[in-house]
Design a protein around this ligand. Structure first.
Ligand code: C2O
Ligand code: CU
Ligand code: CU
Length: 419
């Protein structure tokens, strides 16, 4: 879809059971079903209206991660939906084509609610010619990657609020399935990959080491494809990649231990099986998009955020009643995010940013586009150029936080208003 329509969606949060391990039934939560949620899709200029109904036994919220919208529609911890209640946010899409997602955001319970299965994708189109594959589920494929742990009876195991980082699972799920297989029917496939895990960094690679192209990340497509053979993705981050296949081949997508504590272990995630004849695909575009760089004006406001331990930013835990930062509408600011002895990632609601520097050097080319979540490994710092939205509301805050959900829930989160 593109332009000036009204997109009406119904999302019902519900409890159910899912067969994830063969022959066992896992209690799970989902949107409009037992596990995960439907892919929502809207175009630039569209009015989106959602009816969110909560049939769960506890209150939660639904946050539109990466969406630029008024704070009252953001679905953060201030927009709780009680059991048996409904919430009906609406907004107009005013941002470039991107792969966003939605998930609960109740303060203190996000890790548990996401772990039980509440997550879905929200794809935005902008009517522009990007030269990329566009047949949904055929050569334009959403992949929600998550790791879980299971008890012997099939129920989800592990404590989302336990340990330093929360859960690092030993079973890898793609779109909720173990050992998923995708049947490739075209020469190239565009994968829209979401790291929907609580804590794990996926360091993605194909078992045969083949190279692939990153064409987009969190908040928009790149100005040029970037060829890689590995791609690290931390919780909340998205990447769009294009992978080429030869007729008849079969290849496994894996995550590889890269020494970062969040990426522990080597695991197969899913396999791709190519048909003996493949339909032709468009050539890889030289310029998937042409987004203007986010450039801080001279004299731009600089703010510093230090992520300490597992629960504070600038030595403070999240306080629902405290506004930490006041940003002028439409401002571009420089936010510097630093870590101590542990790794974190940093997400900002309602804004797009570009990574200017990591430890004083420009970021890798694949991290060069519009983002909303960035990994900052231990004893490092990232300098971000953040462009804030123009929807003002002095009373309702947006959040910034570590997207390792155990840390977010423990208080590694702050609040800002746009005025
Ligand atoms: Cu994906 Cu504040 O969240
Ligand atoms: Cu968000
Ligand atoms: Cu963290």
């Amino acid at each position: 879809p593109d332009g000036d329509g009204v997109r009406q969606f119904e999302l019902t949060l519900q409890a159910g059971r899912t067969e994830i391990l063969p022959g066992l039934s896992t209690p799970t939560w989902g949107f409009n079903g037992a596990f995960l949620g439907p892919t929502l899709r809207a175009g630039r200029g569209d009015v989106v209206r959602v009816t969110v109904r909560n049939t769960l036994p506890e209150a939660t919220s639904v946050h539109w991660h990466g969406m630029h919208l008024p704070a009252a529609m953001d679905g953060g911890p201030h927009q709780m939906v009680e059991p048996d209640a409904a919430w009906t946010p609406s907004w107009t899409v005013r941002q470039p084509a991107a792969t966003l997602w939605y998930h609960p955001h109740p303060h203190g319970s996000t890790a548990l609610h996401v772990y039980r299965g509440l997550a879905g994708m929200f794809i935005l189109d902008d009517g522009e010619e990007h030269g990329l594959p566009t047949a949904y589920g055929v050569d334009d494929v959403p992949l929600v990657l998550q790791d879980k742990r299971f008890a012997a009876d099939g129920s989800l195991a592990g404590d989302p609020l336990g340990g330093f980082y929360g859960i690092l699972g030993d079973r890898m799920l793609a779109n909720g399935a173990l050992n998923a297989r995708f049947d490739v029917t075209t020469e190239r496939v565009r994968l829209r990959i979401l790291n929907g895990a609580n804590a794990r960094m996926f360091n993605l690679a194909f078992a045969d080491g083949r190279r692939f192209h990153v064409v987009g990340n969190d908040s928009g497509l790149l100005s040029a494809p970037v060829e890689v053979d590995r791609l690290p993705l931390t919780p909340g981050e998205r990447a769009e990649v294009v992978v080429a296949f030869a007729p008849g081949e079969r290849v496994v997508l894996r995550t590889l231990d890269n020494g970062v504590d969040l990426a522990k272990g080597n695991f197969d995630i899913m396999s791709f099986a190519a048909a003996s004849e493949l339909a032709p695909s468009p050539a890889l575009p030289a310029h998937p998009a042409d987004l203007p760089p986010i450039t801080p004006p001279s004299g731009a406001r600089v703010r510093t955020f230090t992520l300490n331990g597992r629960d504070t930013i600038n030595s403070k835990q999240m306080d629902m009643d405290r506004i930490d930062v006041v940003v002028p509408a439409g401002a571009t600011e420089v936010w510097e995010v630093a870590t101590g002895g542990s790794s974190h990632n940093f997400h900002i609601h309602g804004a797009a940013f570009q990574v200017l520097e990591v430890d004083g050097a420009p970021p890798a080319a694949w991290a060069g586009g519009y983002k909303d979540t960035v990994f900052v490994r231990s004893r490092s710092s990232a300098r971000l150029a953040v462009r804030f939205g123009t929807d003002t509301d002095p009373a309702r805050p947006y959040m910034y936080h570590c997207h390792i959900l155990r840390h977010e829930d423990a208080g590694m989160m702050g609040q800002f208003v746009v005025v």
